[in-house]
Design a protein around this ligand. Structure first.
Ligand SMILES: *Cc1c(COP(=O)(O)O)cnc(C)c1O
Length: 226
């Protein structure tokens, strides 16, 4: 498949994903407008993103500060109502850049980052809503706050005036994700948090049925990454 063929497929893929979202919402008796589709555009160049922008998709996710700085300012000049979400691990020394670039951060996961973001928000005057990433499958290499450390981290975030909008997870690869989604939803409930960032290309309908408010879909929209 040539690059052009991939790009021109994008609007059709978007329509398919939207149809799947509608279907899952219907089964779960939820409103589609309560589920935000984040198109994960990491590794895809601007010319692959433009067809989705043209098709009306306005919320995108990236996992690297530098790649976002290189790709998005020019696109946002043309499509000014675009929102950018950070879905990758964030180094504390990039907190200020992240505060400037992103409208939402999904990877708040440790005390040092709470401190760095608190400072960055003060300095930039931007209060970016954050999801706390939870290490739902107890896989340390993935990042995310251990479930037992979550209450302390949430308290610290409140103390630093960080607007925490919910919890995020990436369940273990290759096994059924539903139990992890259900667990994340339960923990979010317990802490009175409304946002649940969960579900990717392979499992977003399940995530919606279990209460996802934000789904992060890359491959199903853009095709495989290199
Ligand atoms: C890359 C990525 C996604 C998108 O994954 P797909 O399987 O391509 O839909 C979602 N969430 C996070 C955190 C990611 O890094």
């Amino acid at each position: 498949m040539t690059d052009n063929a991939t790009a021109s497929d994008a609007p059709q893929r978007l329509a398919q994903v939207q149809a799947e979202i509608d279907k899952a919402c219907k089964i779960a008796r939820r409103k589609p407008e309560d589920v935000t589709l984040i198109a994960i555009s990491k590794t895809h160049p601007a010319d692959e993103i433009v067809p989705l922008l043209e098709a009306g998709q306005r919320v995108y996710g990236e996992n690297r500060v530098q790649e976002t700085q290189e790709k998005w300012p020019a696109l946002q000049e043309r499509y000014s109502d675009t929102k950018l979400h950070l879905v990758g691990q964030l180094q504390s020394n990039k907190a200020e850049d992240a505060a400037q670039l992103f409208d939402c951060i999904h990877s708040l996961d440790r005390p040092s980052l709470v401190k760095a973001l608190g400072k960055a928000f003060d300095k930039t005057g931007r209060q970016v809503p954050c999801f706390v990433q939870v290490d739902i499958g107890e896989e340390e290499q993935k990042g995310g706050c251990a479930i037992r450390d979550l209450p302390a981290l949430l308290e610290q975030a409140r103390g630093a005036d960080i607007p925490v909008c919910g919890l995020m997870c990436v369940p273990p690869f290759g096994i059924e994700a539903a139990p992890y989604f259900a667990l994340l939803a339960k923990i979010a409930d317990d802490h009175g948090l409304d946002g649940r960032s969960m579900g990717m290309s392979g499992d977003y309908p399940t995530a919606i049925m279990l209460g996802a408010t934000h789904i992060r879909v890359g491959t199903a929209l853009f095709g495989a990454r290199d």
